[in-house]
Write a protein that binds this ligand. Structure first.
Ligand SMILES: [Fe+2]
Length: 395
């Protein structure tokens, strides 16, 4: 069974290596406004902007709207994405996109806004409905140019090939993913000015989410040189800048570096997946409503510890990137894990999952195994017993 998992994972790694691509980066303070120059250069006259109501309220888009107007580019703003997008919302947005005859999309917001924009782009080029796109490689067409502008530094949705859409059937909500390389945004616009107002708690959780992406992609089997380089750089940037942005949210340079770290970590996990930390964090998040990044940061040190000596070498390399010392590989690996715990503690992230209940173990384990095996190339393949050991440490 485990041999079959590894063959499948190796095959996936080869396929992704061939098919994936990376967004072009427009970065630095004020880069949101630069989208107008790029649209002009690429000859686009009508653009569709997807965002959340709060960014209209705060006037975050005013500079961009002025720049578009000055260049004679017509903008249609859709600002109804407050939570995870439903099929109805995506259909409504696409209706407006089509009515205005738009040729490109700008997504300013978190994962929900970017996912909604990806789905609108997919509807613009495919004859399929969203439910028909569910699964893997069901679109296979070039989307209109999508500019993804993340407003938190963590999720990496500006780099990913997936959109999560909520479907409602008989009053029940089902979340499912549309996965296709053509959903990877054409441009990632990393403008720190948009992240200055993110509160410290969210900064901490999203930053640790990015760290988890980098660490899981790096410690997984089959990490390519590109994945390793991106992940090491992300870890180095996060260790240097996350404590600084947590202390002072107005530190533009550190915010800028965190956005780039989250982008690089996003590239790493889009190519080499996440692992059991995410599988367990998704189950805990779904059952108890724990913030995704917070769930990841609590679970991360325990999972790395439980993988044991198999990953001492890989963790020691991450320790070097983080500036964490140690005399041997084993010592560096253990010190790196300890440094994650220390960072959590400094940012007020607990060391256990407070709401976790023993009676939910079976449900969490079955969800985690369903998500992770055989898809994620985790360094050690776990069964039910291994997850039980982990959950007993988290309670
Ligand atoms: Fe994540």
């Amino acid at each position: 069974m485990k041999v079959w998992y590894r063959i499948r994972q190796w095959f996936m790694a080869v396929m992704i290596g061939i098919m994936t691509r990376q967004p072009k980066v427009i970065k630095g303070s004020g880069s949101l406004v630069k989208i107008a120059d790029n649209l002009e250069k690429t000859g686009k006259k009508k653009v569709f902007i997807v965002t959340a109501p709060v960014f209209i309220e705060w006037g975050s888009l005013n500079g961009l709207l002025d720049a578009l107007k000055a260049k004679g580019i017509e903008a249609t703003v859709f600002s109804k994405v407050a939570t995870e997008p439903t099929i109805e919302l995506v259909t409504e947005a696409f209706g407006e996109y089509k009515k205005a005859g738009c040729e490109a999309i700008i997504a300013v917001g978190g994962g929900s806004v970017i996912d909604c924009s990806k789905a609108v782009g997919a509807l613009a080029v495919s004859r399929k409905t969203i439910p028909q796109m569910r699964g893997v490689l069901r679109i296979l067409k070039r989307l209109p140019d999508l500019y993804a502008v993340p407003t938190t530094a963590g999720t990496g949705s500006e780099t990913t090939a997936a959109a999560v859409i909520t479907d409602t059937i008989d009053g029940k909500h089902y979340k499912y993913a549309v996965n296709d390389f053509c959903l990877i945004p054409r441009y990632a616009v990393l403008d720190a000015d948009l992240t200055l107002t993110v509160p410290a708690k969210i900064t901490a959780a999203t930053g640790m989410d990015a760290l988890t992406h980098a660490v899981e992609a790096y410690t997984n089997d089959f990490a390519s040189n590109m994945v390793k380089t991106r992940a090491l750089d992300a870890v180095s940037l996060i260790y240097k800048n996350l404590p600084a942005v947590y202390e002072n949210g107005q530190n533009v340079e550190a915010r800028d570096n965190m956005l780039y770290a989250a982008f690089e970590a996003g590239i790493a996990f889009t190519t080499n997946f996440v692992g059991y930390v995410h599988a367990v964090a998704h189950a805990i998040g779904g059952l108890y409503g724990v913030l995704h990044g917070e769930a990841c940061s609590i679970v991360l040190p325990y999972v790395m510890e439980q993988f044991g000596s198999k990953i001492y070498g890989r963790l020691a390399e991450l320790a070097d990137a983080a500036g964490v010392a140690g005399a041997t590989e084993e010592e560096k690996a253990k010190n790196f894990i300890a440094s994650i715990r220390e960072m959590n503690e400094k940012m007020g992230i607990p060391s256990k999952v407070e709401k976790l209940k023993k009676e939910d173990f079976d449900e969490i384990i079955s969800r985690a195994i369903k998500e992770a095996n055989p898809l994620y190339p985790c360094p050690v393949i776990w069964n039910k017993k291994d997850f039980e050991i982990l959950l007993n440490k988290l309670i």
